[in-house]
Ligand binder design. Structure first.
Ligand code: B12
Ligand code: SF4
Length: 343
């Protein structure tokens, strides 16, 4: 089956400080594509932000390009990965999919927004047929095989005027078996182009690697748990080292951003990761950075010098450092942003 995975882009009003510059490989899409390929399907990915960055933000050309991909690839399934600000664009893309590929194309939406509000998303976007809630690798593969059915765990869909909620699907514990991400479907030259936005303000060739899913905390503003659920699940250290080696040897990166929700969830495991990086001499070859919760960044926890000698570019104890505030409402205020950065 041909499956087109589309990553819609939020409107410019939601781009941090008015600029779209993300070079991240979207991990969810990359894992979904890998699962589909393992199951024998033909997957393609289409990242709207990438197309826009590459064509100088010519929206008309970007729209025409996606419509051409739909014409030419003729997917049986179009999967949309949806964040709340990208809902209007997701609806437009779902409409194009139906117009171009016919009513029989199955339009599926997953990601934080549909997971949180499945009925609302189906009501607001009548061209979307099915919602996948939570982590979607297993659900999407089963959906491709069986179509919408009340036994396909993790889906919500319409049946006439009613919504059918299949039983929820537990997020997988064994993360290694879901990887590696389907890098072969991405333009990795684009994603690893030297950029100051991957590792704070250093113009390095870098990529994002995920070592875990989920977080043990519940910060009030954060929707991370909506998809990942309670607690944290880890990739094995061997898997992470393989991913770093792959990024260094295959893509030639100089730096890694560990994109976990919070790498400090388990201090001993973070130190074990540092040791494994040193054992393979990777600390001589790459720089890396990551996000910790502020209260995990006490000077002695984990030992900053252990991290620094391990290739960490920036370690910021709470008394002098980089306070991460993940809220557009806050970042719109330059004075707060500036004081956060010099905190
Ligand atoms: C890494 C990250 C980023 C990175 C990289 C984003 C990227 N391109 O991948 C950066 C820093 C660039 C970023 C930017 C933004 N982000 Co962000 N980001 C995250 C973070 C921390 C992790 C996402 C991730 O990789 N998860 C791991 C993978 C495995 O999970 P996943 O992506 O959710 O995908 C799984 C499922 O959702 C599902 N799924 C996803 N899509 C689909 C599609 C289909 C068809 C199916 C079947 C299933 C499915 O299956 C996937 C595999 O299991 C989350 C927090 C979180 N923990 O979710 C916030 C989060 C997703 N971001 C958020 C926001 C708001 C943004 C921005 C809009 C912020 C802004 N104003 O700029 C931008 C938008 C970027 C864009 N789309 O262009 C919000 C979304 C909230 C919401 N209501 O939708 C979150 C939840 C954080 C929060 N504030 O709570 N982000
Ligand atoms: S520590 Fe980070 S990922 Fe965890 S709940 Fe807080 S903001 Fe979300």
């Amino acid at each position: 089956m041909n499956v087109l995975l589309v990553y819609p882009v939020p409107p410019p009003s939601h781009w941090p400080r008015g600029r779209m510059r993300s070079l991240w490989v979207p991990t969810g899409v990359a894992f979904l594509a890998a699962a589909l390929r393992r199951a024998g399907h033909t997957a393609r990915v289409h990242l709207r932000n990438e197309v826009l960055i590459k064509n100088g933000f010519d929206w008309k050309a970007a729209d025409a390009h996606l419509r051409e991909v739909l014409e030419e690839f003729r997917p049986q399934i179009v999967g949309l990965s949806v964040l709340t600000p990208a809902v209007p664009e997701s609806r437009t893309i779902a409409r194009w999919a139906k117009e171009i590929c016919g009513e029989r194309v199955l339009v599926v939406a997953g990601g934080p927004h549909p997971t949180a509000l499945p009925e609302r998303m189906l009501t607001e976007c009548p061209e979307i047929d099915v919602i996948v809630r939570g982590e979607g690798e297993e659900t999407l593969v089963e959906l491709a095989e069986r179509g919408p059915h009340p036994d396909v765990e993790g889906i919500v869909y319409r049946d006439g005027e009613q919504f059918v909620h299949a039983p929820p699907r537990a997020n997988p514990d064994d993360l290694d078996r879901l990887g590696p991400p389907a890098y072969e479907l991405f333009d990795m030259g684009f994603h690893t182009a030297p950029s100051p936005w991957m590792l704070r303000w250093m113009r390095l060739s870098a990529t994002n690697v995920r070592t875990s899913r989920g977080c043990p905390n519940r910060c009030r503003f954060c929707a991370g748990h909506v998809v990942a659920g309670l607690g944290v699940r880890f990739h094995s250290i061997d898997y992470v080292i393989d991913q770093i080696l792959n990024a260094v040897n295959r893509f030639g990166v100089e730096a890694i951003h560990f994109e976990d929700d919070t790498v400090g969830a388990d201090r001993d495991r973070l130190l074990a990761l540092c040791e494994a990086i040193s054992r393979r001499d990777l600390h001589q070859r790459i720089r890396w950075d990551c996000c910790l919760r502020v209260d995990q960044a006490e000077p002695e926890q984990p030992n900053p010098s252990a991290l620094r000698s391990n290739g960490v570019r920036e370690y910021s104890p709470p008394t002098r450092g980089d306070l991460s505030i993940d809220s557009p409402a806050v970042w719109q205020h330059d004075d707060i942003a500036a004081s956060a950065l010099s905190f």
